[in-house]
Design a protein around this ligand. Sequence first.
Ligand code: PAF
Length: 278
Amino acid sequence: MRLVETRAELDAARAALPGTVAVVMTMGALHAGHEALLRAARAGADSVVATIFVNPLQFGPNEDFDRYPRTMEADLEMCRRTGVDLVFAPHRDEVYPGGEPHVRVNPGPLGELLEGASRPGFFHGVLTVVLKLFNLVRPDLAFFGEKDYQQLTLIRRMVLDVNLPIEVRGVPTVREADGLALSSRNRYLTEAERLAALRLSAALRAGAAAAVGGADADGALAAAHRIFADGTTDVVLDYLVLLDPDLGPSPGHGPARMLVAAKVGATRLIDNAPIDLG
Ligand code: PAF
């Protein structure tokens, strides 16, 4: 496995990679969810590039850019273990050579909803860095986690809208045995907060179970909402919605996606799951 930090080094190393090239983009602090992405990439392409870059553009003024965990040695070890060929871990100036970018990708209306409503400018920052990294790595395939479902949906849309010759594949969310979706932010949770955080996945399960039991979209959503209706103040719900798989209005029947976001203590968590409305 090679580690490169500059665009020039990346260009040379990329040119030497054989066959189809997959990319897995990360901000480091790798966990079993990233491992699933890296393994899917390894199985799906001849060569695998992982990027490790904590993107300042997607952090708001009151968010945790400085506090964001940096675990480079352990990250490189996971990349090695999963058969990554090339790691690109650039400094800020390599990705943003002109400093703060004047030109950014506009995510369109979907970028203003859900996560975009709570975190203004977040998806401008995400799509801008993803497009930059696509241009720098020039992959054939890209693997992103379903855990960040709105991000995955917007990346698919960007690839379609600006005609990028890249196949985007989603990888299912990895969960702890009790249902908690893996996230780099889980490490901020106290034991009590971690228990409270289980409400997010429990709500998604309740919604899915209601749909299996014959509930319509409203019934499934109501079943999910009941999980938060016990008056607890440990979890502050931001949104809990049922939409179509492309995050348009709820379809009423067939495949749908339930998405939830809540603040647990000082930590904002998100989760989502597919729901079949029959
Ligand atoms: O999902 C993430 O870790 C980030 O949003 C990404 C895609 C690496 C862009 O910085």
